[in-house]
Design a protein around this ligand. Structure first.
Ligand SMILES: [Zn+2]
Length: 501
């Protein structure tokens, strides 16, 4: 019937002559449309030979009540207790009752039996085929998950085989009961032993569990559960990280006087001797965004008045900055450490010395080539000394050594900025830490707030109430509510204890 069949169902080559219907198609197609045959399409019968029969597989699973009970508890010890009482009830309803079942409290032997019974129930679900093999006295199949354990049946429970039965260890430890990896009961057992062992590490927990139970791929499940343990996270977790932010445009503006864009912070306090008494002083540090030059003023307190005085002193020496940035003070703790020793005997001379030392730090990496120019340091810009490079040929000699000081200063300044653009800016391209995009902190995450003045176990736990994503949608700061206050903290000062669900 179907003309296309001629090509696919195989006919002799002589059949394909010029008038063959396969070339021309059905005859009615050559006629006008109104003369085409109009055969009604009938509904197909269910027993039609053309209908492909596809089998439908229905699978009905009903979890037993015991299974529901196993899933119901989140603690192994509690589950054992409940099941023990249940089993006692069942046994007491029988005629012969052992004496220990009449005691008012649960006995050790009952608890051991219950744990065995629970394992047996789990094994019936997960290793049913293996159980049947062993029951009939055969070995388990080679492709079974248990094949490499040479399993045996002890008291109707699948246990690890005889490989180390000669070892001088308890019989139970030589033949631990086998449990599947992804079962609620296995998880409860790992959690229980981890807790009982005082939040011990992975290998310790695993070795103790293996005295009684052999959980398949146990190492990975122990690692998984330990990584979620809030107490362990609280003690061990590293602080959060986020990929390093892009530099603000203010750090990349050349040809500006030093301290045009300045950041500001306090450090200290330091106890210093003045005359016969000891006084408390703080340092107020101003850092130029572009040249990384610093200026330090000492202040006697953190009050507004003393700060304004320090700011005025700074402005009188360095000029008025265009912008001052402050971040509530955690940026310069490294400098604080460095300065701590020097500030033991604080005096104006000392401050000037410290400032000078820090301003002579190179702001870009050094080179091994002796022909290279001296390293760029903030002092070149601040002092505009001429004891360094004088590139010949750019300026006429009379300009360089001219008596017109402004031309000279201009030249030195230009040298600084051209080297700054060439040597200092390109390395900023590299992010030397925090290279990867991490999960953004989210509202309702449970975090631990780092406080370097307190031991770790006294750090406050808080909940994230607000996040502040940057231009690249990465969260680097979050508002955290602790039991005492609300704080805005950088993510590097927070530990994630539990993600919001
Ligand atoms: Zn733990």
């Amino acid at each position: 019937m179907n003309h296309a069949d001629d090509g696919s169902r195989g006919v002799g080559a002589q059949y394909f002559h010029a008038e063959c219907r396969w070339w021309s198609g059905p005859k009615f197609l050559w006629e006008p449309e109104h003369r085409w045959p109009n055969a009604p399409v009938e509904d197909l019968q269910e027993d039609d030979n053309e209908i492909r029969k596809s089998p439908t597989v229905m699978f009905v699973s009903s979890a037993s009540q015991i299974d529901v009970l196993l899933q119901r508890y989140s603690s192994w010890s509690r589950l054992i207790k409940v099941m023990s009482w249940l089993l006692r009830f069942v046994q007491r309803s029988r005629k012969k009752v052992p004496a220990y079942l009449k005691a008012g409290t649960l006995q050790l032997v009952e608890i051991q039996q219950t744990s065995q019974e629970i394992v047996r129930l789990v094994q019936r679900q997960h290793f049913h085929e293996e159980y049947l093999c062993l029951k009939e006295g055969r070995q388990v199949k080679c492709n079974s998950k248990l094949a490499n354990l040479s399993p045996i049946l002890i008291d109707d429970v699948i246990c690890v085989g005889r490989r180390i039965h000669r070892a001088p260890i308890a019989f139970k430890a030589a033949h631990p009961m086998v449990l599947p990896k992804s079962h609620h009961v296995s998880m409860l057992i790992v959690r229980y032993y981890h807790y009982v062992l005082g939040h011990a590490g992975r290998e310790h927990v695993l070795s103790v569990i293996r005295q009684s139970f052999w959980i398949l791929r146990g190492r990975s499940i122990v690692r998984q559960i330990l990584s979620k343990c809030v107490s362990c996270r609280r003690r061990n977790a590293p602080t959060l990280q986020q990929v390093m932010a892009d530099l603000p445009k203010e750090r990349l503006v050349p040809y500006q006087p030093p301290f045009t864009y300045t950041s500001l912070d306090f450090f200290g306090p330091f106890y210093v001797k003045r005359s016969r008494s000891t006084v408390k002083v703080y340092g107020c540090i101003f850092i130029c965004f572009n040249s990384r030059a610093i200026h330090i003023e000492d202040v006697s307190s953190l009050e507004t008045d003393t700060f304004i005085q320090a700011l005025l002193r700074f402005v009188s020496v360095r000029g008025c900055p265009k912008e001052i940035w402050s971040d509530n003070g955690t940026n310069f703790t490294g400098i604080q450490k460095e300065l701590g020793l020097l500030f033991q005997d604080m005096s104006d001379e000392r401050i000037k010395k410290v400032t000078s030392i820090l301003n002579s730090r190179p702001i870009c990496s050094s080179s091994d080539d002796p022909n290279d120019m001296e390293l760029l340091t903030p002092n070149y810009l601040l002092l505009q000394r001429r004891n360094f490079f004088v590139p010949p040929g750019i300026f006429a000699k009379e300009d360089v050594y001219s008596r017109k000081q402004w031309r000279h200063a201009q030249f030195i300044g230009n040298c600084f900025w051209s080297r700054w653009v060439r040597e200092y800016v390109p390395p900023l391209q590299h992010r030397h830490k925090w290279l990867l995009n991490r999960r953004n902190l989210a509202v309702n995450d449970l975090v631990l707030v780092v406080d370097n003045t307190l031991p770790r176990f006294r750090w406050l736990v808080g909940r994230v109430t607000k996040v502040f994503p940057g231009e690249d949608e990465r969260v680097r700061t979050a508002e955290v509510k602790t039991k005492t206050s609300r704080l805005a903290r950088p993510v590097t000062k927070l530990f994630l204890l539990k993600e919001a669900t």
